[in-house]
Write a protein that binds this ligand. Structure first.
Ligand SMILES: [Mg+2]
Length: 247
């Protein structure tokens, strides 16, 4: 019997982190140097758009449009805030900048030891995710992060380098050659949003979809139908390690 390679493709915010954790975008709201007006605007955006993101009763196209609006609005605010690379490092290179779910560190260590590639696909912010994982000693070589890359001019945040990755557009992502090579064999997909199930359109078979149903998600049936396994309560990632072992 030929042994198939294994891989993990996963969302970041509220999948690898707890549902009540700050998101990678949210870390920017904590910057000391950000003025009050900008902070309030970002917070208002979150209070308005987050419930819409999780309201699966809203038609998908409409929701996609709203999610783009959210990211674009946030970018407009941030682009005029004189945020420096140093500010971002200070806020994100911290063990508790966000809250990893229980067992995530063990999972990442397991994948590193066992050569299982982990592809994190996030509509969040790459540098913030990287800094945070580094601070937690779990940014291993087998981890690839596909996310929004910050563009700086004279060390000031001026937007993203790539075309913005929106949470609703994960099916449109073009992967690098190295990542495409990793996406072969048996996969486990992790996400807390239905659009997370669309990250890997080329491999519909041989992938086990695990969903984390956060209690604020509307229309739970639709969510449950999109995943093979759904966790509704707090889950230890030790269970996920066991699933990967048995693949
Ligand atoms: Mg998420």
């Amino acid at each position: 019997m030929i042994k198939l390679n294994k891989y993990i493709i996963t969302d970041f915010d509220h999948t690898l982190t707890e549902k009540d954790s700050t998101s990678s975008w949210g870390v920017l709201e904590t910057l000391n140097t950000l003025n009050k007006e900008a902070k309030n605007k970002l917070k208002d955006n979150k209070n308005y758009y987050l419930p819409l993101e999780n309201n699966l009763n809203i038609n998908e196209n409409k929701r996609k449009k709203l999610m783009k609006e959210w990211a674009d609005n946030n970018l407009k605010i941030l682009n005029h805030s004189n945020i420096t690379k140093k500010d971002i490092k200070k806020a994100s290179y911290k063990k508790n900048a966000m809250k990893l779910r229980k067992g995530v560190k063990e999972l990442l260590k397991y994948t590193y030891i066992n050569n299982v590639p982990v592809i994190i696909v996030s509509a969040g912010i790459k540098e913030i995710i990287e800094n945070f994982l580094k601070a937690n000693n779990c940014l291993y070589e087998n981890i690839y992060i596909v996310s929004n890359k910050i563009k700086y001019k004279n060390n000031i945040f001026i937007g993203f380098k790539n075309k913005t990755i929106y949470s609703s557009d994960k099916h449109k992502i073009k992967y690098s050659h190295i990542i495409k090579k990793s996406l072969k064999g048996k996969g486990v997909l992790l996400g807390d949003n239905i659009s997370d199930t669309q990250v890997n359109p080329n491999n519909k078979q041989n992938i086990l979809k695990i969903g984390f149903l956060n209690n604020y998600t509307e229309n739970k049936e639709l969510f449950k139908n999109a995943f093979d396994i759904v966790y509704e309560d707090k889950v230890s990632f030790k269970e996920i390690i066991n699933i990967i072992k048995k693949l």
